[in-house]
Design a protein around this ligand. Structure first.
Ligand code: SAH
Length: 265
């Protein structure tokens, strides 16, 4: 029998602000998944891999310009230490392990989406590299990270929130992480648009979330709140009608808020 630690999916968060993760790792589904041994999380302080007295992780950019850039040495050495093996050099690069993703959080990366979360949830291990300042020496993106990932078209001040966001999206897809197994199968970006409208020839993954629908609207008690009533059909108890209504509303909401998901371009 493999021990729990071996079965757990492992996350390593590489950061200059290890304390940043104290709140996010200690609440809700992520906390439960840790406690249940579904995931194992290690927060690695990048500064442990510096060699000078000031524990320097950054330096000025070649070519001039504003700000500072995270140096390659501490990042390469930290990841190699986490993996327990060398990644080689320009003349003898070592092949990556297909069960491990080394993800550089970057505004200039590929856009994160539910399909990516699903792919990551099949892995044994994810190392999330959090940038700071003006970013990270490009050799990290080219020769250390297996992928460079952005969480959206905006610039944040660090990769810690993006890493946490990616981790959250992945963890809730792991078997046993959600109390109710059904809940991750029936939400935004899970149902195929073509399942609702079979005649359509919409392309699904890997193009992103395109071809999927947003969630349908949810209601709970009271049935009448300040005169805003819950739609009659949901109170009626006709399951077939409810399903039809939900599909219709999911489509309507997708068309209104995210028409790009339905476009065939
Ligand atoms: N100069 C960079 C921004 C650096 S922001 C640029 O223009 O693209 C500092 C760090 O924050 C980045 O290295 C990255 O790790 C993180 N970051 C900022 N925005 C992000 C986003 N949208 N997605 C993922 N990481 C992001």
């Amino acid at each position: 029998m493999p021990c729990i630690e071996e079965m757990a999916m492992r996350f390593d968060l590489l950061t200059i602000f290890p304390e940043f993760f104290q709140g996010p790792l200690d609440h809700g589904i992520i906390r439960r998944a840790r406690e249940a041994g579904i995931i194992h999380v290690h927060v690695q302080d990048l500064r442990e891999f510096t060699k000078d007295r000031h524990r320097t992780v950054d330096d000025r950019p070649f070519g001039g310009g504003e700000g500072m850039v995270l140096k390659p040495e501490p990042l390469f050495e930290a990841v190699e230490s986490l993996l327990g093996r060398s990644l080689g050099d320009a003349s003898t690069p070592h092949a990556p392990d297909p069960h491990t993703a080394i993800v550089l959080m970057s505004a200039a990366g590929k856009l994160f989406h539910q399909g990516m979360a699903r792919r990551y949830s099949q892995l044994r291990r994810i190392i999330l590299i959090c940038g700071r300042y003006e970013g990270v020496d490009e050799r990290v993106a080219e020769h250390l990270a297996t992928e460079e990932v952005s969480i959206g078209d905006f610039v944040l001040s660090g990769g810690e929130l993006p890493a946490m966001l990616v981790m959250d999206a992945v963890v809730r897809l792991l078997p046993g992480a959600l109390g109710n197994e059904a809940s991750s199968q029936n939400e935004s970006f899970s149902a195929s648009f073509s399942a609702v409208k079979p005649s359509s020839a919409v392309v699904r993954e890997p193009t992103g979330a395109r071809g999927t629908l947003l969630d349908f609207p949810h209601y709970t008690r009271p049935a009448d709140y300040r005169g805003w009533k819950v739609p009659e059909i949901l109170v009626g108890g006709n399951h077939a009608e409810v399903t039809k209504w939900r599909q219709h509303k999911a489509m309507e909401k997708t068309r209104r808020n995210r028409p790009d998901l339905l476009s065939q371009e």
